[in-house]
Design a protein around this ligand. Sequence first.
Ligand code: HEM
Length: 549
Amino acid sequence: MALTSTLAFLLATAIVLRLTLFRRRSAVEQVPGPPSSSWLYGNLLDISVCNSWGEHEFEWQRRYGAVYRVKGCFGTNRLMVSDPQALQHILTSSTFSRTPNVQHAATALFGQDSVISVKGVPLSDMTLYLILKNFRVMAGDDHRRARAVMNPAFSSGAMRRLVPLFERTAAMLTSELEESLLSTSQVDMSPALVRATMSAISQAVFGCSLQDLGADLVENHSDLYATFGPRTRANVLLDTLMHYIPLSPEMFNLILPPNVSSALGTSHRLTHELGTRMLKERVRAREKGLEVGSEDGDLFGTFLNSEMSEKGKYFLEKDEIVAQTAVLLLAGQDTTSNSLAFGLRELAKHPQFQKELREEIHSSPLGGGGGSGAAYDSLPLLNAFIKETLRLWPAEPLAESMAVEDTFLPLKFPITLTTGEQITKLPVKKGQLATIAIGSYQRSEAIWGADAQEFRPRRWLDDGELNKAGELPHIGPYANLLTFFAGPRTCLGWRFAVVEMQVLLSELVSKFSFSLPEDDEILPRHAVTLMPLMPSGKKGSPMRVSRVL
Ligand code: HEM
């Protein structure tokens, strides 16, 4: 034990010396930014261990601009990036990639063969990849292969076919709220929304109900992000050291707190059992000559069909299909339910808009119950509301990336270095850390106007402002937002999320009215995802709810 501690101490000291004494000089040192709060943590505690997401970040962005420098642990320099051109470069070029700690976290949460954890192939290795691909020996780019198999299941046509399924989920949510309202007028919307989004995913992907998932899995997944997410001082230090010490996923799991690794272990076991059961059922059905991967759901079955396709160059092996179970269940559940919770809170704070939205829904064909995808798309206030919610409350407001080679960051908004020089391209060295500040990009006054911090859905209906956004590089799959990320790692389920939000919000707003309790003390906290947090430290969003119809 004494030897291990001494070795760990010597290694940590060597890393700190390497970071402080032998640091490669870089232009990033001349980028203005806030003073460091401490040598040990730099500004990182202000960013990731703060009470309320953005409490320092938005002020820094106003003061220092769209690209500024913050201090990391041991006096290192990091970039906070909300400049659209620089973001586009980071997210779409092969000169940046995820940091090791983010890669480890993805593997720990979703398993190492899930689409979100498998790695892509660098452009320099593409020729070899293309040769291997034609022989169907595609060890090289597992990420591209998984996306090629999974993308069609999430196409816009496939998502429109899910509208009736989402409407059944919405009706279930209504019944649940009505039942709660028999005994109270104040309802915590978070658990209700978690159950609804989990139910929609399990129906759509696996063709099974919440009950079929099993009570243990439902309970485990309802809180997994909240258990895994919260950042501590120790995490901040470990994340930094992890950039320099190569860790295997197993070693990473060893340094997790016992409650977190136990919750993750349970999730892996239960999702593996579920995926294996679902796969077996579909293999058996196919052996009997039945069709799997039906048109109105069961996206899982469509992955199996890829394995059979003779001409198809892209396929997933059976164990790789099972390995997608956790990510499919988890990635779209917390993100969508928290976005819905933040959206309902905005409606509660803006009663006039809530009333106008309800009138729009009541006077549309949806008012009579039931609609098609096109009917939901044709409601201007509803869609403006969804865009504004996703702009202000991105589920992943911060993401870390690292330059994998010396490169330049192109800038839409020039910056003035501490030397007085104005630049439109910032040179960065291999290993430079850059935070993709999605939340800051989406609240940037330079992009969205002086009221960027305010909830004003009508900005999406205002031609002038949309044209302004049109002058910017086109990033993200939806509304020039980065809420669903961009580039090769763009959210697989973004259309699923948008259609689901359209349907659930139409139902909720048409049938219920929402306001905030007088003692509302919810804060937005970033812990893997952005979530509404109660003073007790638990995720939750209590609201006063009443029936309007
Ligand atoms: C409002 C709802 C949602 C938001 C804001 C959201 C956001 C994101 C973001 C930011 C990423 C990139 C993560 C990273 O690499 O750092 C991502 C990836 C992903 N999302 Fe979503 N998501 C949502 C809903 C969904 C849904 C409903 C599903 C599936 C049913 C889904 C499935 C995935 C998957 C599989 C990935 C990994 C993609 C890859 O690495 O290629 N998401 N999502």
